[in-house]
Structures are given as C-alpha cells and as structure tokens.
Design a protein around this ligand. Sequence first.
Ligand code: XLS
Ligand code: NI
Ligand code: NI
Length: 440
Amino acid sequence: MKQYFPNIKTIKYEGPNSKNALAFHYYDPNKVIRGKKMKDHFRFAMSWWHTLCANGTDMFGTGTADKTFGTKINSMEWAKMKVDMGFEFMQKLGLEYFCFHDLDLIGDTDNIKENNERMDIIVNYIKQKMKGTNIKCLWGTANLFTNPRYFAGAGSTSSADVYACAANQIKKALDATVKLGGRGYVFWGGREGYEHLLNTDMELELDNIARLMKMAVKYGRSIGFKGDFYIEPKPKEPMKHQYDFDASTAINFLRHYGLDKDFKLNIEANHATLAGHTFEHELRVSRLNHMLGSIDANQGDHLLGWDTDEFPFDVYTATMAMYEVLNYKDGLTGGFNFDAKNRRGSYTMTDMFYAYILGMDTFALGLINADKLIKDGRIAKLLNDKYASFKTGIGKKIVSNKTSLTELADYATKLKQVKYPTSNHQELLESIVNQVIYGK
Ligand code: XLS
Ligand code: NI
Ligand code: NI
C-alpha cells in the first residue's frame, strides 16, 4: 500500500517534557479524567475539506501545498487517493472520526446524476476502508455554497429548481452519513442569508429553509438515521447577514418551526467571535438550552474580521470551553471537529501533523485545566455565594414562583435597608484561574 506520509510514524503521547515535535505532550488518549478517557471526552475529528482538499488558495493567490499526489483534481482517482491519504493521516494521529461535505469526497462534475453516482462509489470505498479500523464518521453535510447555482442560497434561494438541487444533495449526503454510521448531520448556513432587505422576502426564505430541514428530518428518520441534526451558527461570511447569526438566533428558529426535538447546535469557536461573542458564551447558551451537540474546534484572529479557521492554540479559551463542556450534564452527542487549516505558509505535509498535534494538545490542556478548576471548587463557591439571596426568604419565593408583583412591591416598601448584591470579585476569579492553570 502506498504511503502518503512515509516519514511520519504513529504519533504517541510522550508527556510535557518531551521535545519531540511529532509527539503529543498533553493529549494522552487513554488517560482517564472524570471517569472518562480523554479520547472519549473529545471524539476528535478530521475535517475532510481543510485536511485533504484545501491547498492554501486564497483571494490573492493559488495553492502552496500540493496534496494531489499526481492525480487530477476532480477525478475519481483523486477522490480515492484522498480516502487513502485521509485514513493514513487519521491512523497516524489516532483520530477516530472524520467529517465531510459531499463535494469534499467527489469534487463537483456539475452534473447532478454523475455526482450522485460518484457518491455511491466513494461512500462504498470509504466503508470498505473503515473495516478493521476504529475510524468512524462524526457527521456529514452537503456543500450548498460553492456551485454558482447557490449564489442566492439553497433553502433560501429564489429558484425552486435550485431548491430541488439542494434537496438532492442533502438526500445523498444523508444517505452517505447513514451508510457510514455518522453520529450527526450538519446544516451550516452556507449562503442562507441576504445582502439587501429590499430584494429579500425574509419570511418566505426562512419558511423554506425550515421546510427543507423538515423534509431532511423526515427522510433521515425513514432511512434509519438515529443521530442528531445540527445547525452551525455563523453571523456573516459569505453573506453579509446570515440567518443563523448565533446560538440564540438558531435556537429561536428551531423552536419557532418545531425542529428543536431533532436538532441541536454545532458551535464553532471562530463563528462565535465573528458574532461578537466568546466561544464559551455560545457554549453556555447552547448548553443551558440542552442544545449543545457538537463543536467545530478552531480559532479566529482577533485582529482579522473573518473566518480564519486557525488551529486552536489559546489554552485559556480552551480551558473556558472545556469548563462549559464538563459542566454540561447532557453531554455532547457529537465531538470536536477540527474545522481548521494550516496557514498558507505552513505548506508541508509535516505541518499538517504539527497542526493537529497543536489542536489536540491545546484541548487536552483545556480539559486538564477545567477539571482542576472544578476540583478546586472556589469558582463554584463564589457563584453559589453570589446568588445566596435566592436561597431563603423572599428570594426563595421568587425562584419557586410563589410570589407576585404586589407582594414584592409591598416587601420593597417595607425594607429598612436594601441589601446590595455582593461583589462580583472578578479580579479574584481571574487570579484563581491563573493560579490553577499556571501554578504547580
Ligand atoms: C464555514 C463552516 C463550514 C461548516 C461545514 O464557515 O465552518 O466549514 O463547518 O459546512
Ligand atoms: Ni467556519
Ligand atoms: Ni465549521
């Protein structure tokens, strides 16, 4: 069997003192934290698109990384080569999951029937390849944004024919996801949004997006899909205004259309910051609505206002994110997909390994730190003390819905002294986090 990364051996955990660049320093897959193996906390996934397809092309220049291995882009030979390359990559890194768009697998022939045939061939090929490995599908999706026919959206398009083309791709991508045993199916908005209100029938567009999702649920369930559907919120790019702006907006949409039983959210770090939120804010909103399903683990650049999809290196943010995940009683149904790409200048095959090692180690540190913060207990205690006035007396009546505006007004007028909220102690909290993260 041809090797795509002949110079790279299986990446192993060597611990924080190792200087081996091709080893994990914090990600120790079988280490048990809070009763669960690290690898099961994460279910790390390889993104087919960034890892096997993207070559560094940007708005100003062509690719810098050749990942074709002599095959012709968009040929079936290329498609199969990517499967082989991807499996070698995942096995060497100990990644047990992958995520894909339909077109990542097959390219785009611009012929709908031919694309469907290609999907059947390649999905069978992947299924064969999965045998005897522990590699599984985390989630699948359909690329409803690259082909020019989708310039006005897919579910939100103004052309019923284009809408039908989107339906065909979703059906095929769902077939593939089910065949590959995927845990989830993602709807990222793609071009579902608008650029000018005066030429947009927002009501029809939103209704139609929901209709497409309902049809997808109906079809998915009919072919035995038991996993979750996910919406991946994003506020802008490519459209000026994307309908799935952030977690709150997406949750409202799902509830409004009665889709909330079948859908959860796939939260991407870079999309959170684009929406003017922190990553952990989006995780918190999703989890308290019981809708945190899966995570696109990447990182944006605070100085650039677009989706830079960097591999996460910010341990502080990863710690805050893992604090949310560990405090989420429902647990993720998905995992952590590296929707991330190497910088254009990091173009070697080895850089791809460095990138995944960075991402996996960053989240491992986040997990270790978040566990320490929980065990330390000071943050939870400060939070508990802060809201203590709702534990007894009138506060208890409020939270158990046993009072009224009249009773509260009466209570307020009789107060001799108003008890102010306790201090927020923000600086103390920040010190505690520093001490727990960086202290011995
Ligand atoms: C784009 C999205 C995309 C989704 C899958 O910004 O992050 O990559 O994760 O369609
Ligand atoms: Ni993104
Ligand atoms: Ni994403």
